[in-house]
Write a protein that binds this ligand. Structure first.
Ligand code: IMP
Length: 427
């Protein structure tokens, strides 16, 4: 597919945790600006640098490279307390964070303490029907944005407006927290004082990032749009309601940064060589046996934000096909290929059996998704030594890759064979 600009969007093609962080960290070398466009502190992008592990929640992974500008876009929801911590930690590790390399959109919405309390309260009330959220207040914060009662970063600078808005919204939130969830209420003074303190720390980074990005595009600077979570968690096209509350697909990059859709460029989708999911919701290829446990341990499949064990399963090409279509993915990066080397044979799902019928499209109804039986194609596996030492693609792995490319009509441009920056094979 022809590239419309020199920009690119990186999105998750599964249920999140595909390894977007490390791919962005790697390819950001070729870009000038890295912009996050949705989500918030629910994301945990992990990068290994010389044995040191960095987990970023708000700041794009490009921040770990010199001379790159990182953008926190208007489409994100920001937890100021966590963001300040994140900046402080990076500075402590020796990274220079200034208003030249970090810019925060003044239009981004805030995650406030009542959002977190409501998120946790609502999940508890739902009991066994809970979504399994990260408890970071993401849903309630986006809810307020759409309900036109969210507080944005720009509001903190205007004390009178901030107080008036908070007064209005707290009236409702405190009633709900107290009456529905039997939880403590919040005091406006304490909230304003905490917001003001944290705002003083981030003030220098806050600006009109939408204008900045468009100006830079005109100057031919290259922008990499960094997605969080994955297409299957998209609020419209994911396994609703077991999704996050933002547009995780490539289209979200335009709304979440103010850069026109025609300037987004090529779309790179990230997928593991198998599948994982945290939280509840359908997962047709989930493994409940010993192999699933092995995959979790060998792949260290534990959430970067919450530490929760991830559910593990085989690669689902039907779900991937859905993501590729919705995000317009031009090429795929297959991560954690090394992990599958512990098995003698590996499987990929090539269809679903539903009531004696074979289907090859992703069912939109959760009732259907809940009863589908995956149809697998099995491959002989490869050894770790073959992949890591020679950096050539072993025969069996090559067959695996070629099959996926053909099935999805999408090229695989890179595979990762370990967590370090150089453990990547370009195809
Ligand atoms: P929320 O985004 O905290 O509201 O969580 C909604 C759903 O998205 C839950 O199933 C979470 O486990 C999942 N989720 C949110 N962020 C991530 C992520 O960064 N990786 C994987 N799953 C995520």
């Amino acid at each position: 597919m022809p590239t419309r600009t020199r920009n690119a969007v990186v999105v998750g093609a599964q249920w999140g945790d595909e390894g977007k962080g490390r791919v962005v960290d790697l390819i950001s070398e070729k870009f000038d600006i890295i912009a996050r466009f949705q989500g918030g502190s629910n994301a945990g992008h992990t990068i290994m640098l010389k044995d040191k592990k960095f987990v970023l929640h708000h700041i794009p992974c490009g921040v770990l490279r010199k001379n790159k500008v990182s953008i926190i876009g208007n489409g994100m929801v920001v937890d100021l307390e966590t963001l300040v911590e994140e900046i402080k930690n990076l500075k402590k590790s020796g990274f220079q964070i200034t208003n030249r390399n970090l810019k925060i959109s003044s239009l981004a919405h805030l995650i406030l303490p009542y959002h977190k309390s409501l998120d946790i309260g609502r999940e508890a009330l739902k009991g066994s029907s809970a979504i399994g959220t990260t408890g970071r207040g993401i849903g309630p914060a986006y809810e307020d944005k759409i309900a036109r009662q969210g507080i944005r970063i720009i509001d903190i600078a205007h004390k009178k407006t901030l107080k008036a808005k908070l007064q209005l919204v707290l009236k409702e939130k405190n009633k709900i927290l107290n009456k529905v969830f039997n939880k403590p209420t919040f005091k406006i003074e304490k909230m304003i004082s905490s917001l003001s303190k944290n705002y003083r720390y981030i003030k220098e980074f806050v600006s009109n990032t939408e204008e900045y990005l468009n100006n830079q595009t005109r100057k031919n600077k290259k922008i990499l749009f960094e997605g969080a979570q994955g297409a299957m968690l998209d609020v419209d096209f994911g396994t609703y309601p077991f999704v996050t509350s933002s547009s995780t697909i490539a289209g979200g990059a335009s709304v979440g940064t103010g850069v026109p859709f025609s300037s987004l460029g090529t779309v790179v989708g990230i997928s593991k060589a198998y599948t994982t999911r945290v939280g509840h919701g359908p997962f047709p290829t989930e493994m409940f046996d010993n192999q699933g446990l092995l995959l979790r341990e060998f792949g260290t499949e534990y959430g970067a934000t919450t530490g929760r064990p991830r559910r593990c399963g085989w690669l689902d090409l039907i779900a991937l096909k859905h993501s590729i279509q919705i995000s317009g993915i031009d090429s795929l990066v297959l991560t954690k290929v090394d992990v599958l080397s512990m098995f003698e044979t590996v499987k990929v799902c090539v269809g679903y059996q539903i009531k004696n019928k074979k289907i090859t499209t992703f069912p939109l109804s959760l009732d259907d998704l809940g009863i589908v039986k995956p149809i697998y194609k099995e491959f002989d596996s490869w050894t770790l030594e073959e992949v890591v030492s020679s950096k050539k693609i072993p025969k069996n792995l090559n067959m695996f890759i070629k099959f996926i490319e053909k099935f999805l009509s999408t090229p695989i441009s890179m595979i990762s064979v370990g967590p370090e920056r150089d453990q990547i094979v370009y195809l």
